[in-house]
Design a protein around this ligand. Sequence first.
Ligand SMILES: NC(=O)c1ccc[n+]([C@@H]2O[C@H](COP(=O)([O-])OP(=O)(O)OC[C@H]3O[C@@H](n4cnc5c(N)ncnc54)[C@H](O)[C@@H]3O)[C@@H](O)[C@H]2O)c1
Ligand SMILES: O=C(O)C[C@H](O)C(=O)O
Length: 352
Amino acid sequence: MKASLFRSAEAALRRVSSPSASSHLLRRSYCVESKPERKVAVLGAAGGIGQPLALLMKLNPLVSSLSLYDIAGTPGVAADVSHINTRSQVAGYMGDDQLGQALEGADLVIIPAGVPRKPGMTRDDLFNINAGIVKSLCTAIAKYCPNALVNMISNPVNSTVPIAAEVFKKAGTYDEKKLFGVTTLDVVRAKTFYAGKAKVPVAEANVPVVGGHAGITILPLFSQATPKSNNLSDEDIVALTKRTQDGGTEVVEAKAGKGSATLSMAYAGAVFADACLKGLNGVPDVVECSFVQSTIVPDLPYFASKVKLGKNGVEEVLGLGPLSDYEKQGLESLKHELKASIEKGIKFATQS
Ligand SMILES: NC(=O)c1ccc[n+]([C@@H]2O[C@H](COP(=O)([O-])OP(=O)(O)OC[C@H]3O[C@@H](n4cnc5c(N)ncnc54)[C@H](O)[C@@H]3O)[C@@H](O)[C@H]2O)c1
Ligand SMILES: O=C(O)C[C@H](O)C(=O)O
């Protein structure tokens, strides 16, 4: 997606608002309208991430039906977003009674439901509240839209993804190709910080980020960053790595008790959702980093790496590529924490 989501949305808006469309424009408009029907559900849609994410998904011409669910506040958000003149029909759902309706027929479910951090907290400190929220939402997904792709945003992602997997296994609906921990914000940050330091155009910057989504488990691979830069010292790479790992905390501290990243996360969530929809629609060569079931690092059953997206979700989990010595060290250092977070999620879901 990146800039292209907004270009397509603008183009769609121009087409819709032009009263004297030529036959050429009508043909193009028909092409847009003839994209497959895709229902996207956002769970936690009235929250700090949920609202701007709902807006961005409303701008995405690949979405035909946008379902906004939360425990409170969704009628207002849905009414507001529904006035935007883009393709999708918007519906708001509120409370347990309406969760089934919100999910029925969904191709993609995005979950930013749950509490955010305050200064001084780790993502793992959110486990006690968010694990239960994720578990109950995933139980409903297994019942009402067992074939949907699931994009997990709720923290701690290193544990909530294994929780979701165990819930789906218990329900007999688990398909490892369809469950994704959203780590796109780490990539978004790494690209921004790299472009600033390396003085390359940010729109062209690309940096894979692997591992997990918390502190040292976030491992940006600046040795593979493009466009290549020869003017970064080892100290620069260490500083860029640390800033990427601490990006979430930087925002939590700046917000001083009012939550964590919401706007940049909504952007990142929309980028990743767009990639999933493109994959579902058969667009070739769609690759994004994501925290998925994986065998690329022994002993870590879930791991973030580049993933090729296709008509059934994950088409291929791509390898890590060559790592610098510094990155090899980073990989060793993250294993213990990531393994413990994964096991904590599995234990919660299997024993509660
Ligand atoms: N993966 C990432 O990179 C990333 C980035 C930023 C934030 N997050 C996480 O996303 C989550 C949400 O953050 P936020 O800033 O939007 O928080 P928020 O408090 O602003 O919004 C959360 C929303 O979830 C809703 N909610 C709570 N329980 C629910 C349930 N059972 N069903 C449906 N909705 C429910 C709340 O009503 C609220 O509207 C947090 O856990 C945060 O840590 C993840
Ligand atoms: O840092 C947080 O708690 C939110 C999120 O995981 C982030 O990376 O911004």
